[in-house]
Write a protein that binds this ligand. Sequence first.
Ligand SMILES: Nc1ccc(Br)nc1
Length: 464
Amino acid sequence: TDAPPQNTKAKPESQKKPSKKGRGGMIVLEPVAGTRDFIPSDMRYRAWLFSKFHAVAKKYGFEEYDAPILESEELYKRKAGEEITQQMYNFTDKSEQQVALRPEMTPSLARLILSQGKSLLMPVKWYSIPQCWRYETTTRGRKREHYQWNMDIWGVPNVSAEAELLAAICEFFKLVGLTSQEVGIKISSRKVLETVMKGLNISSEQFAPACVIVDKLDKLQKEDVVQQLSILGISEESSLELISIMQIKDIDELSQKIGEESVAELRQLFDLVKGYGVAEYLRFDASIVRGLSYYTGVVFEAFSISRNSELSRAICGGGRYDRILTTYGAKQDTPACGFGFGDVVILEILRDLNKIPKEVSRHVVNDLVVPFNEDLRPQACKVVTMLRDAGIPAEVYLPKTKKIANTFSYAERIDADRVIMIAPDEWNAGEVKVKYMKLQPKGVGEEEKNTVGVQFAVKVDDLL
Ligand SMILES: Nc1ccc(Br)nc1
């Protein structure tokens, strides 16, 4: 198995691992382990999914930003034992800089917010769809990269920001046809955990690492979680009490346990989301912690409601992270909250539930313009440009036209509606020859348009 790139100082040629050549000197055709190619038939699904992300962000008034995939490793140097920082795709570059392929976008966003300083008017509502990386040993066979829709609101301390983000996620669900019977969002708050931990005399220094550990409850045995908490100095009794409170699914019951003041924000949040009309997607669940150490308040996680009992993988997740800037040396913090929404799980769910429109799989070109011979190619380029300028996706047949039949099979391959032939006699008469490759929607005009395969003359000006 590939050892993770621990100390990757530049190695002398002799020690470098030879690249795995294919048979007989051919390069390896597969992408690097854990990474994906997107040929056009795959890229159409990714582009369709991203178009929904962009549409929701635009509808909610978010502004798009980006930052380099490559960041200084120090952005991710956190000591809370998170999986995300232990799987960093990091290396030493040729100027001896410790760099990493970003494992998440939030630290880059915090860097941008800090770099903008006072010039940045709050609140800030920014979004991005970055590719994020991790170094997984290939034995686990998991992906090493994914695209993650990030939506963040900075400068808003109250839960109106979380409500806006939850509404945006539900807006996306509605946009792709996912109902509240098929997906949902579980919501809690780390302030609940903070209150409970304080009541159990768990120190504030242990808060973030303890959250990272109890987040594993759905993956590890309870005993293992208790054992990992004991390493932080948390007694078995306190751990079991913490774990039992995390089983609570009702805010009233939680209020009984830790007091109404500690659940006030959650009550306010559930009131606000009713205003957005998305309450049906949302439910309180004290077991939601999320695995990132910097969360400080409300946390949430979307999941698929699977028909069989199999555990559903998180669709997206996020929360409030009010104290991230001072961890990067800022003199004061700015309240922030956001979510990350990966491209892999959601596409699997949408495919499984047959929510992706058939046309997403199709490459669309409406017209193919074919010059009868090379002398007529300039005329063909003129006609295809006229069509394109009118907003019609159109191609001009690029190979030399040897047999007209070849152009028709190409037209079928690109699923074109029409083949428009530039032929000498017709061109001299100001006309082209048109052949419809498939039945057109009723009422688009003359009878010929609904007679597939018939060729007929059309004035160039009547083509549009
Ligand atoms: N953080 C992270 C990065 C890349 C993938 Br794939 N999953 C999680």
